[in-house]
Structures are given as structure tokens and as C-alpha cells.
Design a protein around this ligand. Structure first.
Ligand SMILES: Nc1ncnc2c1ncn2[C@@H]1O[C@H](COP(=O)(O)OP(=O)(O)O)[C@@H](O)[C@H]1O
Ligand SMILES: O=C(O)[C@@H](O)C(=O)COP(=O)(O)O
Length: 412
């Protein structure tokens, strides 16, 4: 069984959807479960909210997830982080990778955020988003983990304890045996991690074969899709879509794509901006937003509450209130609002943004999810295991402009 440790909830549903689409029976758990695994599965994805926590906390959560997965039958482990390598000079990708390697008594792994279907490719160790380098893609303006360098070797070396090497494109296309040989050479030269180039899916297919016996693999969801294909032996997936019912959209991502998606949706449905100042100063602010959502639940499309702003406005807000204070106030407000709406009878939640989705799901508190049909690559419909609730957790930059309306048009 494959055990996945995902550093946020959108990332967890991203990888879970690719595992399922490629034939593995997969369950996504909300945090580290307290009891034993209750159903048969080929892969378990544990969703953490550890991407931007203090390093020690991220390590502690990730090791707890590892121990649970080991106890419940996992034999190979996958640390899932963002396809845009969201992290800071402190971590958490490097320190968590180190902690997992140490705990597993391993001394080597790979670094593979590539996800070609969503435009994330790696060449000569540089991460591209579409046709531009990571640090020119808009990710340099990320509210919590601004990415100002696209070189994965440098990024990893800054935050991890070992040395990072490269398996370049010219070697990857020579096939899985050759890639394994490159890993051995890098190990002998004292490298602890290898960034592996992947400019399209065929390199991920090769890499999936090269890591078949690697105890710990790290990366985005792209490689996992091919690992699933090689493990699955053609198992079938019964994809579901949600039932039409009371729906709300909560958007806390400030990514380039989410800004476009919010603008597109505002032309179709009722929308309300979540004002940081009011979130910080008014005790009744959640109640005000709740009342507004309830008034708009009967429209053709669901109401949207959004904190999403373009980079200049984000900078002003962060300067005025402090980046951490602003983002915590927004996350808290979304979480409380989601809880109120669930109690009121909203059954379908569409959330945008990794941190935002993570806090909302933690507040709603389900054990875990079954994985349904993909709305866009990496964004599946989810059904809570223990309540008749459906969710779509959209990663910041995933989906096309019309994502929010498309998601609802799938409901039956
Ligand atoms: N208007 C805003 N001002 C300040 N911070 C914001 C604003 N809107 C969103 N944020 C914060 O930015 C962060 C966005 O992160 P996240 O939800 O992970 O989105 P993404 O998936 O794009 O990374 C959240 O912590 C959110 O609260
Ligand atoms: O790998 C990815 O890009 C996503 O699965 C992911 O982790 C995105 O994170 P957010 O943009 O913070 O949602």
C-alpha cells in the first residue's frame, strides 16, 4: 500500500484524484486518524495543514502521519508538496523530507514537483509554470510562501540538511535503469536528494519505474499518477458527482488564476468581499457574512465569499495589518462561516486556496473523504465519509477561468 503525507488539503485531494483516476482505491483522511483503517485501500492520503507551520510542528505532524501509515500497512511513502514548491528558506519541504528519511533509515530520495498537465515542468533543475520560471509566474507574490527563485537545487539546499544533485533531461530519457544508475552515482558522490527533470509526462512515466523500490518518494501529484498506473493493474474507479443542493463558494486564494476565476464568477452570481478590517474589529462579522450567504442561497449559482485580491491590494493590506495577522483573521473567518453554514444545512462547499481549504475542512471536522469525479486536473469532488457533505478543494492556481460555475454544472 502507498502511504501519502500531504502538506495541505488541496494538495491531498489533488494527489488522491490522480491515484484514483489511475486505478488505485484511495481514501483521503482529514489529519492523522485516531483509530485503525476501516476500509480496504491501495493508497491512503493523510491531509495535513503543515505547509506554513513552524518547522518543528510540521515535522511532528508528518512523523505522526508516517507512523500511522506504517501501522496500517503502508510499505512505500510519498511526501506530497506543492507543484510550485511552496516553502520558505526554513522549510518545510526540506526539514520534513529529512525527518521522514531519518525515520525510515533511508539516505536518498527524489524531488519532483513536476505536473505537466497543469504546466509545471522541470528543466536543468529549474521549475517552470507554463512558459515562465516559477519566480516570474505570480508565485513571487504569494501571501505566505513567495517563491523568488526557480532553481530547485538551490531551494532545497537552503532548507535541507543534505546536498541536492540533478538527474538532467538527457539522462531521464535513457530510461528507468539508467535513472536508477544516476541515483546510485549521486548517492556515492554524497548527494541526499535528486531533482529529476520532467518536461512532459513521458519522463514521469520513466521515473515512476525508477522509484518502484524507493522507500520515500517526494513530489507533486504528477509522478504519483504514473506510480499508480504501474501499481494498479487496471482497477476501475466509480466516479461520483454531488447532489444539487445548498452550495457556497469560499475563496481565500490570491493566486493569478483564482483572481481570474473570481472575476469570471462575479459576472454570473452574487459575491461578497471578506474585508480584513471588519474581520479584525467586528465581533458580529461572521454573522453578517452568514446572513448574506443565506439570503443568496437560492440563486441560479451559489453565493461567493472571497478574500481574493490582486498583488498590489494584497501588499497594501499586509502593510496595514501585518501579513500573518491578516491571513489568520481571514482563515478564522472562513472557518467559522463554513461551520455556521454547515449547521444551517449547506451541503456543498467549494473552497479555493490550500490554507483556506485546510482550515475549512478542519473546522467541518470529517474523518476523511471518498474521491469523486475531477472538475479540473487535480481538483476532484469529495464526499465526506461520515456526513452527506460534498466538497471541492481547489488549489490556488488550478482550474480554468469558469471553474466555479463548471463545478456546479456537474451537480445532479
Ligand atoms: N485580502 C487578503 N489579505 C491578506 N491575506 C489574504 C487575503 N486574501 C487571502 N489571504 C491569505 O492568503 C493565504 C492564501 O493561501 P492559500 O489559501 O493557500 O491560497 P493558495 O492556494 O493560492 O496558496 C491565506 O492564508 C489567506 O488567508
Ligand atoms: O501541487 C499542487 O500544485 C497542489 O496540489 C497544491 O499543493 C496547491 O497548493 P495551493 O495552491 O496552496 O492550494
Amino acid at each position: 500500500m502507498l502511504g501519502v503525507i500531504a502538506d495541505d488539503f488541496t494538495g491531498a485531494s489533488d494527489i488522491a484524484s490522480f491515484l484514483v483516476e489511475n486505478g488505485l482505491r484511495t481514501v483521503q483522511m482529514n489529519g492523522v486518524p485516531t483509530g485503525a483503517l476501516e476500509q480496504e485501500a491501495d493508497a491512503i492520503v493523510i491531509s495535513l495543514k503543515s505547509r506554513s507551520n513552524p518547522v518543528a510542528e510540521a515535522i511532528q505532524q508528518s512523523l505522526a502521519a508516517l507512523h500511522w501509515l506504517q501501522k496500517n500497512g503502508a510499505t512505500q511513502f510519498y511526501f506530497k508538496y506543492c507543484s510550485t514548491f511552496d516553502s520558505t528558506a526554513e522549510g518545510n519541504i526540506g526539514p520534513v523530507t529529512d525527518a521522514l528519511l531519518d525515520e525510515l533509515n533511508e539516505d536518498f530520495t527524489i524531488i519532483t514537483p513536476a505536473l505537466p498537465v497543469n504546466g509545471r515542468t522541470i528543466f536543468n533543475g529549474y521549475l517552470f509554470v507554463g512558459q515562465v520560471l516559477l519566480n516570474e509566474s505570480g508565485m513571487q507574490n504569494h501571501p505566505i510562501t513567495p517563491m523568488t527563485d526557480a532553481n530547485l537545487l538551490r531551494l532545497m539546499d537552503r532548507q535541507a540538511k543534505g546536498k541536492t544533485g540533478l538527474v538532467p533531461y538527457a539522462d531521464v530519457i535513457k530510461g528507468a535503469d539508467h535513472v536508477k544508475h544516476c541515483f546510485e552515482q549521486l548517492k556515492q558522490q554524497g548527494y541526499r536528494y535528486a531533482v529529476v527533470d520532467a518536461v512532459d509526462n513521458s519522463q514521469l512515466d520513466v521515473l515512476a519505474q525508477a522509484v518502484d523500490e524507493m522507500k520515500l518518494v517526494t513530489g507533486g501529484s504528477g509522478l504519483a499518477a504514473y506510480m499508480a498506473q504501474h501499481k494498479a493493474q487496471g482497477k476501475q474507479h466509480q466516479a461520483f458527482v454531488p447532489t444539487k443542493n445548498k452550495t457556497v463558494i469560499l475563496s481565500g486564494s490570491c493566486s493569478v488564476m483564482t483572481n481570474k476565476q473570481v472575476a469570471d464568477y462575479q459576472a454570473k452570481a452574487a459575491s461578497k468581499w471578506l474585508d480584513v478590517e471588519q474581520a479584525l474589529t467586528r465581533d458580529d462579522y461572521v454573522e453578517t457574512l452568514f446572513n448574506w450567504v443565506v439570503e443568496h442561497l437560492d440563486g441560479a449559482y451559489a453565493p461567493l465569499v472571497y478574500a481574493t485580491v490582486p498583488p498590489e491590494q494584497l501588499k497594501q493590506i499586509q502593510q496595514k495589518f501585518g501579513a500573518d495577522i491578516a491571513s489568520q483573521a481571514i482563515e478564522r473567518t472562513f472557518a467559522q462561516l463554513a461551520g455556521r453554514l454547515r449547521d444551517y444545512g449547506v451541503t456543498n462547499f467549494i473552497t479555493a486556496g490550500g490554507e483556506t481549504s485546510s482550515i475549512v475542512v478542519q473546522q467541518l471536522g470529517f474523518k476523511g473523504f471518498r474521491i469523486g469525479k475531477q472538475i479540473a486536473p487535480g481538483v476532484p469532488w469529495l464526499a465526506a465519509l461520515d456526513a452527506p457533505i460534498y466538497l471541492a478543494l481547489k488549489s490556488g492556481n488550478f482550474g480554468k477561468e469558469a471553474f466555479f460555475s463548471q463545478a456546479q454544472e456537474m451537480m445532479q
